[in-house]
Design a protein around this ligand. Structure first.
Ligand code: UGA
Length: 451
């Protein structure tokens, strides 16, 4: 007898947040991961990473027995009707994606399906390049189960759009659900699951074929990356125009309904695990198909150069960086996460160390992760005040709420040489520039001009 509604394979970011989101609305979830230590933590209600609201909800769903981690993948499949595959698809050195975790999970799922008499639906949630579900997942499932896809078991591709830092909210309130279906019966089954899960609040559901669903995920993330590199390009132009300010430009163009206001924050470029990886993967995939996606390559180039700018500004304004003490405020790739994968902070700190600067950093939650990278090479402070003490320059790298309320005197009182470089445009220039040395991304110099 089926004891659970769905099983989720892979307890990374997407897998765990989806599992907790589903379980929070009384959907019974059986979770599995090859990392049994991680499963043990989750079963005790402990989240293996920081995400606002996750641990509280995890504990509740575990205590109420809506979420349980099973130590055998076979159990998870046999006890459920729908299995979501949410294992990682990291980058290979050439930028293409490494599908080995998907392959391993699919082989084991196929093996288990052989023993199952009931119809089962497999749903690929991992980000995979177009063609993967049809050309790799389906043949492997058929081979190892000895069954026919579309007849004995169903197959869908259902990309995930949740953002770190608001993953639980995004799971419970998605903008849309994309269902790529191998066959109509499979698509109907997944749509039914989502409709009964979200009820009246179900978002638009887009049904399409497997490859289109796979491409939608990449198009979504690469469009977001393109918006960011676009506004950073405008920021770089602003810096050459006395008195120009990218924030005003972004605010104005964002009011055009065709453009929209979101993802137009100029700064140090995008980081994180997904945007950089997905852009690389789509470029590599497209090239393999014989099409050179020059626009996407330009997006990447702009993003690669962007973090270096604050180091350059610091070098010029300090007359060299050797032995200068630089405070870094923010290590996480964005606020409300402890994740430093792909974080621009890492690139900036490495450049500063190459230039023989001394670095002290503070982040409200990502310090432990950063320590693993910069073992003994930089100092970590326990507060903003500690971080700024006796420094020659402060670079704002992540726009944590805690930093937004800082006033000029917070810097003047603690720094040896009060120079603030606002890499995320969190401060009002007019409040800072008369009180201390101040520079910011996308701000034309000189600032006071009749032009
Ligand atoms: C991204 C997508 O936004 C999600 O929809 C997607 O599901 C996820 O990747 C994924 O594929 O798993 P995430 O990596 O959490 O989510 O981060 P974003 O919120 O997209 O931010 C990415 C980077 O862009 C951050 O470094 C952020 O600081 C930067 N950013 C964002 C800007 O520089 N400017 C902006 O205006 C917005």
């Amino acid at each position: 007898m089926t004891s659970y509604g769905v099983s989720i394979i892979g307890m990374g970011y997407v897998g765990l947040c989806t599992a907790v989101g589903f379980a929070s609305k009384a959907c019974k979830v059986a979770a599995y991961d090859i990392d049994h230590e991680k499963l043990a933590l989750i079963n005790r209600g402990i989240a293996p990473f920081y995400e606002p609201g996750l641990e509280k909800m995890l504990k509740k769903t575990v205590d109420e027995h809506y979420l349980i981690c099973l130590l055998e993948l076979e159990d998870a499949i046999l006890k459920t009707d729908i299995t979501f595959i949410a294992v990682g698809t990291p980058s290979k050195p050439d930028g293409s994606i490494d599908l080995s975790q998907v392959e391993e999970a699919v082989v084991r799922i196929g093996d288990t399906l052989r023993k199952k008499n009931k119809h089962h639906l497999i749903v690929v949630k991992s980000t995979v390049i177009p063609g993967t579900t049809e050309n790799m997942v389906k043949p492997l499932l058929e081979k190892y189960s000895g069954k026919n896809c579309g007849k004995d078991f169903g197959l869908c591709m259902n990309p995930e759009f949740l953002r770190e830092g608001s993953a639980i909210y995004d799971t419970l309130h998605p903008d849309r659900i994309v269902i790529g279906e191998h066959d109509k019966k499979s698509g109907d089954a997944l749509e039914l699951f989502y409709r009964s899960f979200y009820g009246e609040e179900a978002p638009p559901i887009i049904r399409t074929n497997l490859s289109t669903a796979e491409l939608i995920k990449y198009a979504n993330n690469t469009f977001l990356a393109t918006k960011i590199s676009f506004i950073n390009t405008v920021a770089n132009i602003c810096e050459k125009i006395p008195g120009a300010d990218v924030k005003t430009v972004a605010g104005a163009i964002g009011l055009d309904k065709r453009i929209g206001p979101l993802f137009l924050n100029a700064g140090l470029g995008y980081g994180g695990y997904c945007l950089p990886k997905d852009l690389k993967a789509l470029i590599a995939f497209s090239k393999r198909l014989g099409y050179d996606p020059v626009l996407l390559k330009a997006v990447e180039d702009v993003n690669e150069a962007q973090p270096n700018k604050v180091v350059e500004i610091a070098r010029v304004l300090l007359g060299g960086l050797k032995d200068k003490k630089v405070a870094i405020l923010g290590l996480a790739f964005k606020p409300n996460t402890d994740d430093i994968r792909g974080a621009v902070s890492v690139k900036i700190i490495k450049r500063l160390l190459e230039e023989k600067a001394k670095v002290v950093a503070y982040d409200p939650s990502a310090t432990d992760n950063a320590r693993k990278i910069f073992r003994g090479e930089i100092d970590f402070a326990a507060s903003v005040a500690d971080c700024l003490k006796d420094t020659d320059c402060c670079i704002i790298v992540t726009e944590w709420e805690e930093f937004k309320n800082l006033q000029p005197e917070d810097f003047i009182e603690r720094m040896r040489n009060p120079l603030v470089i606002d890499g995320r445009r969190i401060f009002k220039p007019e409040l800072f520039e008369d009180r201390l040395k101040f520079a910011a991304i996308g701000l034309g110099q000189p600032r006071k001009t009749d032009l």
